[in-house]
Design a protein around this ligand. Structure first.
Ligand SMILES: Nc1nc2c(ncn2[C@@H]2O[C@H](COP(=O)(O)OP(=O)(O)OP(=O)(O)O)[C@@H](O)[C@H]2O)c(=O)[nH]1
Ligand SMILES: [Mg+2]
Length: 447
């Protein structure tokens, strides 16, 4: 996600952040490089222009050029500008209290991810203590109802469908009365997509909207389609009205243009992003954090939050302490490996770690590999796990034999562990000292 953009932007910033004084020319050059990177990332031209003008104007002010630390000031301006283009803080869902029934209408073109996102949203609401009902109003594609029913049973959420139904309004109305009898507090209506925006689709959506007065009208758009996602959002907003957008397929190699342009062009906030095919692969969208990711500063906050959903809080606090004291051992790593298995896509996690985006591929620590790594650590003695430095050549071959792996694999694991320790040291320093963030950028990416 955003890999090219991140590399280019952090390159442009690394140059400037290393300087104790900066000139107007330095600023022009850096902004120019960022401008090219944004255009390549398929960001809307008008948005790029606004970004460039606003950044240059602010960066050339006395405050920056005369400040003690102009490089860092400049980075902060770029960061804040990017964040404001990405949105206006995190925009959660605006739903009624649990005593009334809230309605979320999902719209979007064919294949954008409406059905998948409906299930993801339901799972999220369930975790928040709500009682959602998935309503199958896609009557166009024959398999659509079944797809929703399967997803619903996977996340243990009821699905309302009428086999053979021709009229989505009727499905909605019956779902509503079923919801009332079954203490449901949120309806999530999955609708039919079309290849292109056409009149029958708009009419149907309009009728559903009028009948259900939704609290949220969420456009589901494929982030891979870049600018066309933005155009689609504009049209849907004009014709039906939107309250927000869910950008899907953020785990794919999206250039990021849609995320960066949507808010400025349409005025509609991105509320969530889809980061995989599974119901758990769904995250609230935080403009600030996303801006940090684009600048190559990673996104520790999201990473920690994600980890907390699978590792329990106490463990997470312990881990944090160990990271700070730098006493993280192989024993702790073993525990981590075991929870990573539960954590979903490893790549999406790696992308959140500062400087790691694109640096370690899924192959480096792929899932099959986790088993080998687990076996290797399990073959070590307690003493070895507590202090990996005592593991010399003879211990390595014993461990290799015991775990059914090779000496090279044991060596690789130890090397990876060293890498991880270095990274953790950097991360924990960074969270205590904001200046370290800059040093980190100057020092280059994690190697
Ligand atoms: N990698 C990835 N795949 C996704 C994501 N969201 C959806 N998909 C996949 O995209 C494909 C289409 O998703 P659907 O949810 O069926 O899309 P839809 O908008 O309901 O499609 P129609 O009902 O045909 O209009 C499926 O294969 C999903 O698994 C995502 O965030 N990441
Ligand atoms: Mg669908």
């Amino acid at each position: 996600m955003f890999d090219t953009l991140t590399t280019k932007v952090s390159d442009a910033l690394r140059f400037i952040s290393g300087k104790s004084t900066i000139t107007e020319k330095n600023i022009d050059d850096a902004v120019d490089a960022i401008k090219m990177a944004l255009l390549e990332a398929d960001v809307n031209l008008r948005v790029v222009r606004r970004f460039v003008n606003a950044t240059i104007e602010e960066a050339k002010g006395e405050k920056v050029l005369r400040s003690v630390d102009p490089g860092q000031q400049f980075i902060k301006i770029v960061h804040d500008r990017l964040a404001s283009f990405l949105g206006d803080g995190n925009q959660g869902l605006k739903l009624k209290g649990p005593d009334a029934i809230s309605t979320i209408l999902m719209l979007g073109l064919q294949g954008s991810g409406k059905t998948t996102s409906s299930a993801k949203l339901a799972l999220r609401l369930k975790k928040d203590g709500r009682k959602p009902l998935l309503v199958a109003c896609d009557l166009v594609r024959p398999a659509a109802m079944e797809q929703l029913a399967i997803l619903g049973s996977r996340i243990e959420t009821p699905v309302y469908k009428i086999d053979g139904a021709k009229d989505s309004l009727r499905v909605y109305k019956e779902a509503l009365s079923w919801a009332k009898q079954n203490l449901i507090d949120t309806l999530i209506i999955d609708t039919a997509g079309r290849l292109q925006i056409d009149d029958p689709m708009m009419r149907e959506l309009f009728e559903l909207k009028n009948a259900s007065s939704p609290d949220e009208l969420l456009l589901v758009a494929d982030s891979m389609t870049g600018q066309s996602a933005v155009d689609i959002a504009k049209t849907f907003d004009e014709k039906i009205g939107l309250t927000g957008v869910i950008l899907t397929k953020f785990d794919s190699d999206t250039r990021g243009g849609a995320a960066l342009s949507l808010k400025t062009v349409t005025g509609k906030p991105v509320k969530f992003v889809g980061v995989g095919e599974k119901p758990e692969d769904f995250e609230p969208f935080y403009p600030e954090r996303m801006a940090s990711r684009i600048l190559g500063m990673g996104d520790i906050v999201s990473l920690v939050e994600k980890a907390q959903t699978v590792i329990d809080r106490k463990e997470a606090i312990e881990l944090q302490k160990k990271m700070e004291k730098e006493t993280f051992t192989l024993e702790d790593w073993l525990a981590q490996l075991q929870s990573v298995k539960k954590m979903g896509s490893l790549q999406s996690m790696l992308d959140m770690i500062p400087g790691m985006s694109g640096q370690i591929s899924e192959q480096d620590i792929d899932k099959a590999n986790l088993k080998t790594q687990e076996a290797i650590i399990l073959s070590m003695t307690k003493k070895e796990r507590a202090n990996h430095l005592i593991i010399g050549p003879s211990r390595r071959s014993r461990i290799a034999r015991g775990s059914g792996s090779s000496v090279a694999e044991v060596a690789r694991l130890l090397k990876q562990f060293e890498k991880m320790k270095t990274m953790m040291k950097k991360m924990s320093k960074m969270s205590k000292n904001p200046n370290a963030m800059q040093a980190f950028i100057q020092g280059g990416r994690f190697k």
